[in-house]
Design a binder for this molecule. Sequence first.
Ligand code: GLC
Length: 402
Amino acid sequence: MTHENKFGMFIHWGIYAQSELQEQVYARYDWDKEKYEALALTFDPQKYDPEEWVLLAKEAGMKYICFTTKHHDGFCMWDTKYTDYNIMNTPYGKDVLKMLAEACKKHGMLLSLYYSNPDWHHPKSYNPKSSHQWKCVDKEGGDWEAYKKFMLDQITELLTNYGPIYTFFWDIPPRIEDRSLNEYIRSLQPGILINNRGCDEGDFSTPEREYEGSGSSARFEKMTEACNSIDVQSWGYRKDVEFYSYRHLISSIDKIMAKGGSYLLNIGPKADGTLDPEHAERIRKVGQWYRKMEGCLECHEADDFDYGNCSGGEYIACKKDGKTYLHFFNGINSTAAALKEYPGLPKKVRLMNTGKELKFALQIVPEFFNGATGRAEHEYLYIKDIPVDDLASEAIVIEISW
Ligand code: GLC
């Protein structure tokens, strides 16, 4: 992702919101087709006001919104000519994507589109090579060429009728190598960025949820956009929600961004179109942390100086405009951070979380000693009085001006 647009809002919204269970309720709760597809006959989000969504994203410091135009259920959230199973044939009957695109344009928010490869409604869609094909209607009648034509027709609508599109988020790799799809997308929107869940490697990769598993703190080699939902169990609206802790989400975002990646944080709006205030508050609060970082999460490079182990804990060092930023993505467990090596004496040390200066000194720290002699090692750069207990749910970022 281009460096200035690092933080985005993922929105999973469709007829499944009425179940208040999960976006894949049709498969995961094993509903039958009639029961599931009847949700289209009652979808009537009278309180839908996309500006509410866009303004929340803005407040959180987000620069783009990625919207589910068609999830695995095959239901289309725009006015498409290529299937009747779409928003125009609900009691609501309005193009919700168009309304969102207009709200984004009004508020300077970029728009990205999610599009699922699996389609549990289109009769030709079955593709045995791909996962998530559980509910495809005709497992004998899958026909990639016919389904591909349908997808290209829909993509033409999506990429010509809704203004500039920032990224295209394919979901679930079809495991069919075919570069012509992404080439076609680029011919319609030359500046677009495409993820790696389509028919070729695309522009960016999409680690999901388990950021802890990504291990090392080395920077990403390929453009990367991680994604996660505020709800552990679902991307669509779920009443019986299990929220991730702020600490977990903020750590995840800080770590991904310090490694050079972008981050999509998901919320699932309710069936009436509104955001559950408690869910929205989660986005807002993560955004409060993000905004305190004052842009240090964007456009930075790796700081390759080896500061050695730090008493504060695990960190990733970045630099921007001549300053070093130490990202303690899991927080700091004590009130000081002692750096073993340092290129010189800092001019100033600042805690990004509060904007306040921190005290520092080059000094002996008695716990770092030579095991053979019992004598303290050389002077460390000792950054002190960090208000860690007030920041218990935050990743901590320290700015050093040299
Ligand atoms: C997974 C889920 C899907 C969700 C997507 C978001 O693929 O199966 O429901 O839309 O993650 O990245």
